[in-house]
Design a protein around this ligand. Structure first.
Ligand code: RP5
Length: 169
C-alpha cells in the first residue's frame, strides 16, 4: 500500500477566465477530490485582470504548485499566456462559452501554441480529463496518487463490465 498524502498544500492550481467557466471547470476539482489531490481554484482573467494573471503564473512554482489547469472560452488566451510565464506544466481546457462558434474559437486558441510554449490541451469542456491528467503528472513522483489512479481506472472498468452484465438480462 502506498503512503498517504499528508499535506493540504495545493499541488494543482485550477484557474479559469470567468465565473461563467465554473460549471465546466468544477469537474476538474471533483476528480481531484476523488483522487485526494490537494488543489486551489480561482478566477484569473487574461484580458480583464492581466496583472493578476502575471502574478499568479510567476509565483505558482514558488507557492508549491506542480501543475496548472487553466480553462477559458472564446479568445481563450489564459492557458497559453500562463504557460509563457511559468515552467510548470499547463493543461488547457477549452470552455464552450455561450456566444462561441461551437467552441472552435476556444479549442483552436488553446491548441495552436507556438513552438517552445506547450499547453496540454484536452477536449472541449474536458475538465474531468484535465484533473486526471494533472493527477497522472503528480503520480509520476507520488506512489499514493499512482495507487489511487490505479483504483480509479479499475472503477471505470468495473462500471463498463456492470453495463455489459445488465444488457445480458
Ligand atoms: C472568457 O470569456 C472566459 O473564460 C469565458 O469563457 C468567456 C466569457 O466570459 P464572461 O463574459 O461570461 O465573463 O474570458
Amino acid at each position: 500500500m502506498a503512503e498517504e498524502t499528508t499535506t493540504n498544500q495545493p499541488l494543482v492550481g485550477i484557474i479559469m477566465g470567468s465565473q461563467s467557466d465554473l460549471k465546466v471547470m468544477e469537474a476538474a476539482a471533483e476528480v481531484l477530490d476523488v483522487l485526494k489531490v490537494p488543489y486551489e481554484l480561482t478566477i484569473v482573467s487574461a484580458h480583464r485582470t492581466p496583472h493578476r494573471m502575471l502574478e499568479y503564473a510567476e509565483n505558482a512554482r514558488k507557492r508549491g504548485l506542480k501543475v496548472i489547469i487553466a480553462g477559458a472560452g472564446g479568445a481563450a488566451h489564459l492557458p497559453g499566456m500562463v504557460a509563457s510565464l511559468t515552467t510548470l506544466p499547463v493543461i488547457g481546457v477549452p470552455v464552450k462559452s455561450s456566444n462561441s462558434i461551437d467552441g472552435w474559437d476556444s479549442v483552436l486558441s488553446i491548441l495552436q501554441m507556438p513552438g517552445g510554449i506547450p499547453v496540454a490541451t484536452v477536449a472541449l469542456n474536458g475538465a474531468q480529463n484535465a484533473g486526471i491528467l494533472a493527477a497522472q503528472i503528480l503520480g509520476t513522483s507520488s506512489a499514493a496518487v499512482a495507487d489511487r489512479l490505479e483504483k480509479y481506472k479499475i472503477s471505470l472498468k468495473d462500471k463498463v463490465l456492470r453495463s455489459v452484465e445488465e444488457l445480458k438480462r
